[in-house]
Structures are given as C-alpha cells and as structure tokens.
Ligand binder design. Structure first.
Ligand code: NAP
Length: 314
C-alpha cells in the first residue's frame, strides 16, 4: 500500500510516496482504511530533525507522516476519525493501525477530509482551555495566534464551552476570520496595544510559543492561567516559578482520548464547532502541502486527501 515517507532529514523535498506492507493490527487495535489525513507542525519538526538531539525521539528513518486521520474501519466500514499518539507519524497512508481508544465515530455532517482536519488541534484546544486553563461558562479568554490550526480550534472551543469574552490576536488580514469563529473582539498583533489595556482574562492561550508569561501576567485575573503550546525555556521557567502563585502558567500536552473525541463529535453535530481548512492536497502533492504548512501562514488546516478524490463523501 502507498504511504508518505521520508528517508532523510530536510525540507518538503524529502517527502515522497513509498510502497509499504499493510499494517497488522494488534490486540486492542483496528485497521482503518484512511480517506484523509492532516499535517501538523510536529510533522515538519521531526522531518527537519533540528536540533539534532530531537532526531531519536521519533525513532529511526525511514518514517511516516501524520497523526490525524479519517476513514473506515476495515471489516465493518464504520466511518471513524481520530488521533494517533506519540512522535512517529503514520496516518498519511492508505491503511493505518489504530488503538480503539484513539478513535471515535466520524461526525455525520462532515466529509472525511473535513473530519481529518479536527482531532489534533481540537483536542489540543479542548484540553488546553478546559483542563489546563479551567475555562468555565461565562469565563474570559484571549487566544494569541488565533488564525492557525490550534487558534481557529481554540476560538470555537472557547465558544462551545460558553466563554463570554473571547479575544483573538492574529495578523490584520485574519481578523474577520477570527470574528466569524466566535471572537468577541479581534486584535492585530502588529498595530494593537498588547496586552489590551483594561482587559483581564481567566485564560490566556499562546498557540505560537513566542509570548512570555512576564508580558501577559498583568492581563490575567487572580487565579488565571497562561497556557502555552511549546516548551520554551521561558514557559518552563514560568511553570516552575508560578506554582505557588494565584496567576500561573502551564504547557498543554495533547493526548489522544476517545472520550474527548466523542465530545468533539457532539460539538460538531450540534453545529458548535466546524473545521477550518486552509487547503487540501493529494498524497502525490505532499511536498506542496508541506511547503504551505512550513510557510507558517496557513489559515486553519492543511489536509491530505488519501483516497482517490471524486467520491462524493470525501
Ligand atoms: N503542546 C501541544 O500539545 C501542541 C499541540 C498542537 C500544536 N502545538 C504547537 O503549537 C504551535 C501552533 O500549531 P498550529 O497547528 O496552530 O500551527 P499553524 O496552523 O501552522 O499556525 C499557523 C498560524 O500561525 C500564525 N503565526 C505564525 N507566526 C506567528 C507569529 N510570529 N506571531 C503570531 N502568529 C503567528 C499565523 O497567523 P497570522 O498569519 O495571522 O500571523 C498562522 O495562521 C506549533 O508550534 C505546534 O507544534 C503543540
């Protein structure tokens, strides 16, 4: 079967289609015929392999790509979607073996390509805001980097959790997108004063990883939480140094979780959240897909169509 793989570290040009054996599911796993997958920055991070000490973390070369998937369970044809765990990608392939606890029924109102755009970023947003941030109904949240994969998910999840104040920070060209996804106020990081004067938040979610707790501390309400997506030295220091304080910092570490996926399915089927898709590429155009992801300008998700396009449900 065909799978996207790379045999050496480097740019998008190292990625190509290879023939691999059909995976054999173990106990507690099933085989999924993949219709669509999606790319995430961690796919690029491990493909680039810099700094060099990160290379062994994702295992030996050659390696597969992709953690998000949507497809059908072989044998039952049940439509499912989900997120594989770990650092070694595998879902940009015709078949993938998946632990049963890492998938859920695909939302009925979405195509496979739309469903594949959801799991990693939506579970990150859900776990960052609800679990790490403790965001409650009527709460207030600021999402920094609101137009990317995690950011567009976070605006919608904040709204689905009932947040009253949702402030987005993005480039000026993406302000309308942020408002359409639930932001009650949309700021531009290039021209607006940040932190916004006079506003205070229960949760500040930095999806980009370039912001410091020190810069944002005074914009947190007492008991408020600054949540970041990247383990930068600054965030790690803030997590340790704020442990005994009212305003604290945390790093989200997304985990695949069937129950959270089912929560997400309910949100999607209730019309509370929807995928934001930047672009869809065929497997044969994976290098272009990675070029788009690596531009750091994608609005929402870069999706890989795995099964031949043209089937209406794709
Ligand atoms: N810890 C975890 O569990 C976890 C989970 C998921 C993701 N992550 C990490 O979170 C980060 C974001 O992931 P993602 O999927 O959202 O990435 P993404 O979709 O590639 O993000 C693209 C967006 O980033 C914005 N952006 C780029 N550079 C920026 C800057 N300097 N300042 C502000 N905004 C900037 C762009 O918006 P504008 O064009 O509007 O500037 C663009 O819309 C990645 O580092 C990823 O590895 C961590």
């Amino acid at each position: 079967v065909q799978a996207l793989r790379y045999e050496r570290y480097g740019g998008p040009e190292v990625v190509g289609l290879q023939e691999v054996p059909t995976p054999t599911p173990r106990a507690g796993e099933c085989l999924v015929r993949v219709h669509a997958a999606a790319l995430n920055p961690k796919d690029s991070f491990f493909r680039i392999g810099e700094p060099k000490f990160v290379r062994p973390l994702a295992g030996t070369l050659p390696r597969g790509i992709g953690f998000d998937f949507a497809g059908e369970v072989v044998g039952t044809s049940e439509p499912v979607y989900g997120l594989t765990s770990g650092l070694r990608g595998s879902t940009c392939a015709e078949y993938v073996q998946v632990p049963l606890r890492m998938l859920a029924p695909k939302p009925k109102n979405l195509s496979f390509a739309q469903a594949a755009a959801l799991p990693l970023v939506m579970l990150t947003a859900l776990q960052a805001l609800r679990d790490d941030g403790g965001l409650k109904a009527q709460g207030s949240v600021l999402v920094y980097g609101a137009s990317g994969g995690v950011g567009t998910a976070a605006l919608q999840i904040a709204k689905a959790l009932g947040a009253k104040t949702i402030v987005s920070v993005s480039s000026a060209k993406n302000r309308e997108l942020c408002l359409s996804l639930g932001a009650t106020l949309s700021l531009d990081y290039a021209s607006d004063h940040l932190p916004p004067p006079g506003l205070h938040f229960d949760v500040i979610f930095d999806t980009i990883g370039e912001q410091t707790f020190g810069r944002w501390r005074t914009a947190l309400l007492p008991g408020g939480m600054f949540v970041g997506t990247r383990p930068t030295p600054s965030l790690l220091a803030a997590i340790v140094s704020t442990r005994l304080f009212s305003r604290r910092a945390r790093l989200v570490a997304v985990r695949s979780d069937g129950e959270d996926l089912r929560t997400l399915t309910r949100f999607v089927e209730a019309g509370l959240v929807a995928p934001v898709i930047d672009s869809v590429f065929a497997m044969s155009a994976a290098q272009e897909a990675f070029t788009r992801l690596d531009s750091h300008r994608a609005r929402g998700k870069v999706v890989i169509q795995v099964s031949p396009p043209g089937r209406p449900e794709n």
